[in-house]
Design a protein around this ligand. Sequence first.
Ligand code: HQG
Length: 183
Amino acid sequence: MKKMSNDSMSKFISLILRHHPEAAYIELDEHGWAEVDKLIEGIKRTGKRINRALLEEIVRTDNKQRYSFNEDKTLIRANQGHSIPVDVGLKEQEPPELLYHGTAAGFLASIEREGLKPMGRLYVHLSKDVETAVNVGKRHGKPVALKIHSGDMYRDGQVFYLSENGVWLTRKVEPKYFEQIII
Ligand code: HQG
């Protein structure tokens, strides 16, 4: 069996619980839950080493608190970031006046033309501080940060959600609501 770092295992679990449950031979229910026992068995079938203690450690120590168990820890799901259409019971919430989005310089022309779109995911992901946004942007290339006038969007009727792990989510951001900031 392959020994994996907890970080790589967490990334693999993200892939399973947000995008490709079939990668571990499992299914998610409509609320995004997977059965913990089946997830563990499925990950083992891929040749990776995991057990309940390690899974619990990964959930507890994940740097972005990406996962939650249900109360009796028989089910697990990702808190946000899905591409498959699941309803994790996101709560509508009034956003702060400003939020931030980090992206790559190469995407800017298209974003300025079309606005921010969810692309492969269910929502556009926004952060409450510039630093987090810059780190998100770095995953895609030379980072660029956008300041989002979320207060104006909200007053204009747009719905925002705050995930369990503190990520702000919305369906779309029109170009008139953001500007690039110098980082
Ligand atoms: C860009 C990570 C061209 C968008 C992070 C982004 C986050 C456009 C990319 C979470 C566009 C999509 C999500 C348009 C948006 N034209 N490009 N019209 N509209 N884009 O990975 O926000 O570590 O799906 O700017 O922390 O980067 O996985 O979204 O660059 O919270 O837990 O299209 O993923 O969390 O990329 O990241 P993504 P994201 P985890």
